[in-house]
Ligand binder design. Structure first.
Ligand SMILES: Nc1nc2c([nH]c(=O)n2[C@H]2C[C@H](O)[C@@H](COP(=O)(O)OP(=O)(O)OP(=O)(O)O)O2)c(=O)[nH]1
Length: 135
């Protein structure tokens, strides 16, 4: 029997007062470099998804939020090389601090309708329509 060991990733649509969502551009040297993604990252062993996302937002953007401010929104399920990616997408409208690109090449606030024209990871594409309908 084959075993299924998904790569669990958490990501967030940070939504500002005008309904725009923060995207970050993956840096050179990482897989999928140059693509625009939702901030987030891998859930580490022993971590809950929500704790992982609070940690990633601090590490990647220098902003602080709370687990209670993370609303589950959707998920993506996609082959990724020899792994299978399960990406949990949350929506967050409340945080402290101004996001800065600590790991990413660049940050950009986009309306969901503007995301269709961007290069994003394959797993993210079904999430655009969801955000378009939700926000
Ligand atoms: N953060 C994020 N990752 C995504 C998105 N879409 C997507 O396919 N991914 C994939 C890319 C990577 O294979 C994986 C996230 O891993 P990563 O390497 O960026 O995460 P990390 O911050 O934990 O990085 P590292 O410590 O391994 O360097 O999920 C997305 O919208 N946001």
């Amino acid at each position: 029997m084959t075993s299924f060991s998904p790569l669990l990733v958490v990501a967030v649509a940070l939504v500002d007062a005008e309904g725009r969502v923060l995207l970050q551009q993956r840096p050179p040297g990482k897989p999928m470099a140059g693509l625009w993604e939702f901030p987030g990252g891998k859930v580490e062993a022993g971590e809950t998804p929500e704790a992982a996302l609070v940690r990633e937002l601090e590490e990647e953007l220098g902003i602080a939020t709370q687990e209670s401010c993370l609303a589950p929104a959707s998920f993506a399920s996609e082959a990724l090389g020899d792994r299978h990616l399960l990406l949990l997408l949350y929506v967050c409208r409340k945080w402290r601090g101004v996001p800065e690109a600590r790991h990413a090449t660049a940050l950009s606030w986009k309306r969901p309708a503007q995301m269709y024209a961007l290069d994003m990871p394959p797993a993210d594409l079904p999430l655009i329509g969801l955000l378009d309908a939700l926000l």
